[in-house]
Design a protein around this ligand. Structure first.
Ligand code: BES
Ligand code: ZN
Ligand code: ZN
Length: 498
């Protein structure tokens, strides 16, 4: 979708549809009054009959029959006046673009942000809502009637504000296109998105946007002693890959932020096979890796002045004659020994070697993203990502970035006592605890491999995939993590963080 800027009187702007926001109850919105007059006060009646009351995300489309220049008016509820936030604006725009899409409209003009007085943050949120809400994954639909969705939206700003708003457009487009890179990778079926496919994509975006990229293959992983990662890979014919992406936006001596993303391109559970029902969903088990590729892309395109490293261990977890088994003993790259009790706890196996490997960069902060535990879905559902950290300061800034981006985090404790759940009789630890505190015991396991590095773990099991569809999160992959991490990195640049 293309976003363009224009200015002028909305009443006189010829277009197929004008999108305007209204606040709840009296549908108060100053720029709406002239429309109301042109129609002899219909807005009041709309709200009286309850057809449209301005409730957040509710929409109504009206044909204007030539009374004003736009052919149609799409009124979008913004909720209560005085409660308008960036998140609400994102949702309103997302709701609007989905209505346009369903109506088969290819383009439109928007004045949604004007309800909030054209603040840059609201303008940005509106654009995000449109770009993210308008996404759909239909590469494999062969029916030519399936529309490509909304093609162009024009944002109408005040006269003279076009120049200053141009920056906001280009930044938001770069950010949202990076989110969409992540979504596309996750939405791809697992017979397409294999570990080598992920690596090829990483090489491709690196070439396009000026990132450094190196891909390690099995032999080099072996030389590095990455036996935990390789143990998981053994059950699949698809060879593993270890993807290293680098963005050198900061000063030479600046320590990098290192991001690690779980890249299990399909998780059948392995020998500890998952039940068949819903197993197809496990193609999203590389959403952490996709988020890392998306974030590095955004950082490069937006020229964020930080040094950033992305590490993605990529494997497929399948049962096979060569597969690792419950009861096996694995010696990780760090030297710590692991007793396998469940081959479905594979994410931590690949992450533990990647987190250990990350130490060589002497990271200023180390953040991993992983669809790690079903327990996190039970605890937080799809409305928050689980956060666990060994550093309160890092946890705090990440939570703030979560609020600002709309990708919210909820912290769980990571007390030493949880290690009790992971004790093994024959090794330093087991790879899975019991049914209690599954999200925390997984994080405790990862913590054993980060040394003294400031580290945060984000369990995105519940947030990587949207089941029903929300205003700016259409059904399918959400691209979770990219907007959060870009917000976090921008916070560092603005000097807000330690
Ligand atoms: N990829 C899954 C976690 C998952 C489950 C993500 C459901 C999204 C939805 C992970 O590899 C896994 O299977 N974890 C196990 C761990 C257990 C064996 C300790 C789980 O959560 O059941
Ligand atoms: Zn698993
Ligand atoms: Zn998994």
């Amino acid at each position: 979708m293309k976003l363009t800027l224009s200015s002028g009187n909305p009443l006189e702007h010829k277009c197929s549809v004008l999108v305007a926001g209204c606040f709840e109850k009296n549908l108060e919105a100053p720029f709406i009054a002239p429309f109301d007059q042109a129609f002899g006060g219909w807005l009041g009646s709309l709200s009286e009959t309850g057809e449209f009351t301005g409730k957040l995300n509710k929409c109504v489309m009206i044909h204007t029959l030539g009374r004003v220049a736009p052919d149609r008016l799409l009124l979008v509820g913004l909720g209560k006046k005085g409660k308008l936030t960036g998140e609400r604006m994102r949702q309103a725009a997302g709701s609007a673009v989905q209505v346009l899409r369903k109506a088969g409209l290819k383009n439109g003009v928007s004045i949604l942000h004007m309800a909030g007085g054209e603040l840059p943050d609201l303008l940005r949120a509106e654009m995000e809502g449109y770009l993210l809400g308008g996404y759909s994954f239909d590469h494999y639909k062969t029916d030519p009637d399936i529309s490509g969705g909304v093609e162009e939206l024009t944002i109408l700003v005040n006269q003279g504000a076009e120049k200053t708003s141009e920056n906001i457009v280009s930044e938001t487009v770069m950010l949202c296109e990076s989110v969409i890179i992540a979504r596309e990778l996750v939405d791809q079926p697992a017979n397409v998105a294999t570990p080598s496919f992920l690596a090829e994509k990483a090489v491709e975006v690196a070439g396009r946007y000026g990132l450094e990229c190196r891909v390690m293959e099995g032999e080099e992983m072996e030389q590095n002693g990455m036996a935990a990662l390789l143990a998981v890979a053994k059950g699949s014919c698809q060879p593993p890959r270890f993807i290293i992406l680098e963005h050198r936006g900061g000063k030479e001596k600046d320590k990098p932020i290192v991001l690690v993303g779980k890249g299990v391109t399909f998780d059948s559970g392995g020998i500890s096979l998952k039940p068949g029902k819903g197993m197809e969903m496990m193609k999203d088990d590389m959403a952490g890796g996709a988020a890392v590729i998306g974030t590095l892309t955004a950082a490069a395109r937006m020229k964020i002045p930080v040094n950033l490293v992305g590490l993605i261990p990529a494997v497929e977890n399948l049962p096979d004659g060569r597969a690792y088994k419950p009861g096996d003993l694995v010696k990780s790259m760090s030297g710590k020994t692991i007793e396998i009790v469940n081959t479905d706890a594979e994410g931590r196996m690949i992450l533990c070697d990647a987190l250990h490997y990350a130490q060589r960069y002497k990271p200023a902060a180390l953040i991993d993203l992983a669809t790690l535990t079903g327990a996190c879905v039970v605890a937080l559902g799809s409305f928050a990502t689980g956060l666990m950290s060994n550093d309160d300061g890092l946890a705090k800034v990440l939570k703030k970035a979560g609020e600002a981006s709309g990708e919210r985090l909820w912290e769980l404790p990571l007390w030493e006592e949880y290690g009790e759940l992971m004790k093994s009789d024959i090794a330093d630890m087991k790879n899975a605890g019991g049914p209690e505190a599954g999200t925390i015991s997984a994080a405790w396991f990862l913590k054993q491999f980060v040394g003294k590095t400031r580290w945060a773990h984000l369990d995105i099991a519940g947030t990587a995939w949207e089941e029903k569809g929300r205003p700016y999160l259409p059904k399918g992959a959400t691209g979770i993590g990219v907007r959060l991490l870009v917000e976090y990195l921008q916070g560092i640049v603005a000097g807000k963080t330690a």
